[in-house]
Ligand binder design. Structure first.
Ligand SMILES: C[S@@+](CC[C@H](N)C(=O)[O-])C[C@H]1O[C@@H](n2cnc3c(N)ncnc32)[C@H](O)[C@@H]1O
Length: 301
């Protein structure tokens, strides 16, 4: 790895360059320039280096280079979006910023939640929606599971917004929506350190992608511990191909996640390794939802 990149920036940059057909893996699994990628070198005649180099002094390009080199921003005095870790400041604990960031995701959740609710198991037990944000995934799931209950766990300032979303949901006039609030518990807490409630189903929606690999492994172990025997961990996210060379929509998204969070997009294979290490039995089935998102799951024996 001559660039000396750490794992996270390398796994953002190289899959993106593969998806753009600039790099590919050879038979020995080593990265090499593709025919198109060769035009990016100074030695190529003709070369694209001058054309691409028009952007070389752009402040955003220079900042991305710094972040790739340092595995994130050198300084983040007010914390990192969607991340609460340890005693450091978190935007998710600032009422105004937490509201803005939570509402920024609420539209996506509202669109995807009915599709996810339809694909999650039908159950009359309990769902824990960890880092549930606006809570829409929970509300929709409770609508199709009229005897079930659920807990939405997140930071207190986020849950204040989730409660407003629940009120609006309950007033929608949709069949059964008025029964949902009495079946929801809001649990303020820290998913990295607090004890998690025991549950039949645990949903991790757009959660792992905010965190580096070691934290994902820790979370997988914590979620496995929270499941009852026979319980299931469901992940809703955008996944890299297991070949780590696309799809381009997800490598682009991964670069955005790298820029604003501590994480990146991961492949299903990476998730399944964490689940197996945590003692879960990953299903090998893949299910897609919309917006390049999909579902995978694992069962506790
Ligand atoms: C990207 S959002 C996903 C929200 C929701 N699951 C969705 O798909 O719309 C990540 C969420 O993780 C929450 N979060 C971050 N660190 C946390 C922590 N240590 N404990 C609990 N929640 C946390 C954030 O407050 C935020 O709501």
């Amino acid at each position: 790895m001559r660039l000396g990149l750490k794992e996270r920036p390398a796994m953002v940059l190289f899959p993106a360059l593969c998806a753009m057909d600039m790099l590919s893996y050879n038979d020995s699994g080593q990265l090499q320039l593709t025919e198109g990628g060769c035009y990016l070198t100074q030695q190529s005649v003709p070369t694209l280096a001058g054309y691409v180099g028009l952007e070389k002094s752009d402040p955003a390009v220079l900042e991305m280079v710094e972040r790739l080199k340092h595995d994130g921003p050198l300084e983040a005095p007010s914390g990192i979006a969607y991340v609460k870790e340890g005693e450091g400041p978190s935007p998710m604990d600032d009422p105004e910023v937490a509201r803005r960031l939570t509402l920024a995701l609420a539209g996506r959740a509202q669109i995807l939640a009915p599709i996810v609710a339809d694909k999650l198991p039908k159950h009359n037990g309990h769902l824990v929606d960890v880092a549930g944000g606006s809570g829409f995934f929970t509300y929709e799931w409770l609508l199709v599971n009229p005897d079930a209950t659920a807990t939405v766990l997140d930071r207190p300032q986020v849950l204040a917004v989730a409660a407003e979303c629940l009120f609006t949901f309950s007033q929608s006039g949709r069949h059964g929506a008025h029964t949902v609030p009495e079946r929801v518990t809001f649990l303020p807490g820290d998913m990295l350190t607090d004890e998690l409630p025991q549950t039949d189903l645990l949903l991790a929606a757009s959660l792992f992608h905010d965190w580096p690999t070691e934290t994902c492994q820790l979370l997988a172990r914590r979620f496995a511990d929270a499941l009852v025997s026979g319980g299931e961990l469901w992940v809703h996210d955008a996944f890299l191909d297991d070949t780590m060379d696309g799809p381009q929509a997800v490598t682009d998204y991964s670069a955005q996640l790298f820029w604003v969070t501590k994480g990146r997009a991961y492949s299903r294979n990476e998730y399944r390794q964490w689940f197996a290490e945590a003692g879960l039995m990953p299903s090998d089935k893949n299910s897609s939802t919309q917006m390049d998102y999909g579902l995978i799951w694992a069962r506790k024996p």
